[in-house]
Design a protein around this ligand. Structure first.
Ligand code: GLU
Length: 305
């Protein structure tokens, strides 16, 4: 099977070192297999994702030497496509309106999982049509999909075996927000499947989203792609980097370093090379192997300290 990889950033800010690492490893994996590398802009929430950030992502990828194949789809323009799949779920009787406020969700006596996620208590699951119509008068609902009491298991290309019981550890989840914007969980599955993506490479923060995405893939009749989750970058105190570390966004980094310095340092942090020497992305292709990527948090290269 021909490999099709992808990078799917949300342009809510400038690319950060962690995003660059994902973009780089997804690109190396695809190119190592002579595969295609797609770019998709995940700007579902158009208010939070101004077009200028998307333009900067394209420019930053070119600067890094990471080329992509084909047109770049923007999720903000694809609501009609997502609607088709929403209709399919509705036809299966799996959707219901949820009127819970954010405060109500957190107050509900639902189990909080160790990673801070809250399992939906099912408050609106059993509303009758009359009850829903009454609530509709004061509040626009989000749309939730009803998950079965089923365990989804898969083997992550980095983290290994992973499984989750959808009802107990995930709960019914939102596929469309109350303002009509489609949720990431639905859009990502539809887009990866329709563009023929065979491998998804992304940050380990999305590992726990994968079971519900695999479930949606199967429900829609798509073969799920392979998944590779990349350990998160952390500083030497063990603190994970976040978007708040502005010194590490590409705007700043491009003023201080060459693309080869950034790429070489990240390749070293990810275990691909023996020394943190500057390297062009294409020079790393022959060195790439998933077996070299460690399962633990990765240390921020000294260069950026
Ligand atoms: N758009 C998501 C992000 O930037 C990534 C989604 C994915 O790779 O599945 O965090």
């Amino acid at each position: 099977m021909h490999t099709i990889g992808r990078f799917a950033p949300s342009p809510s800010g400038r690319m950060h070192l962690g995003n660059v690492l994902c973009a780089l490893l997804a690109w190396l994996s695809a190119r190592r297999q002579n595969g295609r590398y797609l770019l998709r802009i995940e700007d579902l929430d158009a208010m939070r994702c101004p077009r200028r950030y998307a333009d900067l992502i394209l420019d930053d990828l070119r600067w890094l030497g990471l080329d992509w194949d084909g047109e770049v789809p923007y999720q903000s323009e694809r609501a009609a496509v997502y609607e088709t799949y929403e209709t399919m779920l509705r036809g299966k009787g799996l959707l219901y309106p949820c009127f819970c406020s954010r405060a109500a969700l957190h107050a509900a006596s639902a189990p909080h999982l160790s990673d801070g996620r809250v399992v939906y208590a099912g408050t609106c699951r059993g509303l009758t049509a009359e009850q829903a119509a009454e609530k509709w008068k004061t509040r626009a609902p989000a749309t939730r999909v009803r998950v079965p009491d089923e365990t989804v298991s898969f083997t992550d290309g980095v983290f290994g075996a992973y499984s989750e019981n959808l009802a107990r550890e995930c709960g019914d989840f939102i596929i469309r927000r109350s303002d009509g914007v489609f949720a990431y969980q639905l859009a990502v599955v539809v887009d990866d499947a329709l563009s023929g993506v065979t491998e998804v490479v992304r940050g380990a923060d999305l590992l726990s989203s994968t079971p519900r995405q695999i479930w949606l893939h199967r429900l829609f009749g798509f073969p799920p792609p392979a998944f590779f989750h990349i350990p998160l970058l952390c500083d030497h105190d063990g603190r994970r980097l976040s978007k708040r570390d502005e010194d590490l966004d590409l705007g700043r980094l491009r003023q201080r370093f060459s693309p080869e310095q950034v790429v070489g340092a990240l390749a070293y942090a990810a275990g691909l090379t023996e020394r943190p020497e500057p390297a062009a992305a294409r020079e790393l292709i022959p060195h790439f192997s998933w077996a070299r990527i460690p399962r633990r948090d990765l240390f921020l290269p000294d260069l950026f300290r």
